[in-house]
Design a protein. Sequence first.
Length: 149
Amino acid sequence: MSAPAKRLIIAAAITVVGAGLLAACSDSSASDGGNPTLSITSPSPGSKVASSVDVTWDTNVKVGEPDTGLDHVHVFVDGQSNDYTVVGSDHFTVTGLTPGAHTIDVTLQHADHSSAGASDEVDVTVTKSGTSSPSPTPSDTGSSGRYDY
């Protein structure tokens, strides 16, 4: 085999290996090959809740703390997108909500906090007799676990 042919084969092998490594390292891509999704699964829209409410969501990407390089979720209330809590899991307890209507927002973010392109929100009403009960904050959130309003 000639030297140019060997170089061509080596270059092709390096390209294939490099592409495979890049694909393996891209944990933030959607597991189904499509766009990332994020959907709040609880509470349901229009729920009457207490001042503390457990929020859960589904996503088709692997999430974790930002220092892992994985995507994560920003949780905020009433459109206050600059006052968010970083969550590296699929749940969070929002606490300290005042009586009345509130919108709980979740957005999927890359490790550098830029948007990953998926978000969801749910409208709830806090009542004194809300159906949610306060619960311990998940130990795997990226913050103090409290989101006071």
